[in-house]
Design a protein around this ligand. Structure first.
Ligand code: ATP
Ligand code: MG
Length: 137
């Protein structure tokens, strides 16, 4: 079984949508094996999205991710990384398929409700940024 890292973003916690999103995750056959609600610091958000630091939306992204609590999660399942990206839908909700998290809930390309790792290496790094091994059960 594979693991991926997920964040339910501030637009989701603000609108009280974490349970509705978790229902979609679980219905897709992914198991939530770790989960906590945190308010990200600026440093955590800058580290997490470091790959985007030269993009024009970086400042806005860090502001958004620190604007309200988030729920960080580890999801486990067969092909969890690809499966969760499918369940989330396209980055821009205008392009997301029906039934996906972003189609159902996202407000915009920035406030798009969920994050999911894009590869095995980034999944491992992202999980390690937020969870100790013994917190994943
Ligand atoms: P994520 O990494 O959050 O799972 P993703 O892999 O679909 O999303 P990336 O290209 O990695 O998309 O962008 C990371 C995040 O940066 C997006 O989820 C979105 O919140 C934000 N973002 C991306 N493009 C834009 C943009 N043009 N304007 C504002 N925010 C953006
Ligand atoms: Mg990404």
């Amino acid at each position: 079984l594979e693991r991926t890292f997920s964040i339910l973003k501030p637009d989701a916690t603000r609108r009280n949508l974490t349970g509705a999103i978790n229902a979609i995750i679980e219905k897709a056959g992914l198991r939530i094996v770790a989960q906590k609600r945190i308010h990200m610091t600026r440093g955590q958000a800058e580290t997490f999205y470091g790959v985007h630091k030269d993009r024009p939306f970086f400042g806005e992204l860090v502001e958004f991710m620190t604007s309200a609590p988030v729920v960080v999660q580890v999801l486990e399942g067969e092909n969890a990384i690809a499966k969760y990206r499918e369940v989330m839908g396209a980055t821009n909700p205008a392009n997301a398929a029906p039934g996906t998290i972003r189609k159902e809930f996202a407000l915009s390309v920035g406030e798009n409700s969920a994050h999911g790792s894009d590869a095995a290496e980034t999944a491992a790094q992202e999980i390690a940024q937020f969870f100790a091994g013994n917190e994943i059960v």
